[in-house]
Design a protein around this ligand. Structure first.
Ligand code: DAH
Length: 350
């Protein structure tokens, strides 16, 4: 009965679902086409009711209602089925595949500078030293003045020192060495004292194989009754033997630092040729490793320690330089560029 609109509608609906409705798009299209409020075929059927002669309306209405129920019911079932399938595929996507091989975690490691710094700290801790710390942003007083640098000393020049913009009355700078912490510690605690200060220092240097504007130092300071040059020599000799191995000899050569008197450059047996002479030590058998000296009486006076009662020694060395020597690195930049392929070689060498 092709001429019956209700039969035609049902036939077309059954045919469509017979072809299968598998995607959300297909489902929404089907639903809209038959049940859509505006242009749906089922609502259209009821609109047609009013155009029929009153006598036919009852029977047509009953059949249209039956058709509507069948279509609504089928659409509801299709919708529920579609939802189940969608949920199942979401679960599959979220599931853990326990058959996949595990991912090996990558092991981190300590930076060579950290390894060397800790090694140095351990040696001095065993000798009874404590570890002190100070600010990297310093003022002229602690970095220069209290360390007996005369006002016109070249190190105070902006050529070497990184100045920080501040009102001219109290200019700040990035500390050029760890020595200012000597002053801070002596002012805070007075004598006696026995401490080291590892830390970062800054200078206005261009980067090359042996220079960096940021590097690391360890400062040492001992103040007590009767401290002499012999104590300094014995301490440095024991320290360098512990750090570079038995048989490492130590040599003092007089030099000048404003905050010590006398001041010395400390050299040690060349670690490459063990003293025979090689290109690294320019044939001398010795390499320079640190600066040291007896604390200048003016420095003690400045921090209210009586130089008639107390004497002291101080020393300073570069951690980065020790790392280069110990590991035989050819270039300081290797320590600062953070290249994992290079640094990974030291993982676990603590
Ligand atoms: N502060 C010096 C520098 O930056 C190193 C130094 C030399 C520290 C002699 C000292 C010392 O304590 O006695 O190069």
């Amino acid at each position: 009965m092709a001429s019956d609109p209700i039969q035609a509608l049902l036939g077309s609906f059954r045919e469509e679902i017979g072809r299968g409705v598998s995607t959300r798009g297909e489902f929404e299209r089907l639903k809209g086409r038959f049940l859509g409020r505006e242009k749906g075929l089922v609502p259209e059927l009821f609109a047609r009711l009013k155009t029929l002669p009153p006598g036919e309306r009852g029977a047509f209405g009953a059949r249209a209602n039956a058709a509507k129920t069948e279509i609504e019911e089928a659409v509801r079932r299709l919708g529920a089925e579609l939802e189940r399938r969608e949920a199942a595929s979401r679960d599959r996507a979220a599931a853990v595949d326990v058959t996949l091989p595990g991912r090996r975690p990558r092991r981190g490691g300590l930076h060579p500078i950290t390894v060397v710094r800790r090694r140095i700290e351990d040696i001095f801790l065993r000798m009874g030293y404590s570890i002190a710390d100070g600010p990297e942003l310093e003022n002229d007083f602690h970095n220069f003045e209290a360390l007996n640098f005369p006002p016109e000393h070249p190190a105070r020049d902006a050529q070497d020192t990184l100045l920080v913009d501040r009102p001219a009355a109290s200019p700040l700078l990035l500390r050029t060495h760890t020595s200012p912490v000597q002053i801070r510690e002596m002012r805070k605690h007075g004598a006696p004292l026995r401490l080291i200060v590892p830390g970062r220092v800054y200078r206005k240097d261009e980067v090359d194989a042996t220079h960096s504007p940021v590097f690391h130092q360890v400062e040492g300071l001992v103040v007590d009754h009767g401290i002499s040059m012999a104590d300094l020599k014995g301490t440095i000799a024991a320290f360098l033997e512990a750090l570079f191995g038995k048989g490492t000899k130590t040599r003092f050569i007089p030099t000048f630092f404003p905050f010590v008197e006398p001041g010395v450059d400390v050299s040690m047996t060349c670690i490459f040729c063990r003293g025979d002479g090689c290109p690294k030590c320019k044939g001398s058998g010795w390499i320079e490793i640190m600066g040291a000296g007896m604390v200048h009486p003016r420095v003690l006076q400045g921090v209210a320690i009586d130089p008639e009662e107390y004497t002291g020694f101080a020393f300073g060395l570069g951690i980065d330089r020790v790392a280069l020597l110990k590991y035989g690195f050819p270039d300081l930049r290797l320590l600062f560029e953070g290249d994992e392929r290079f640094l990974a070689q030291f993982a676990g060498e603590a």
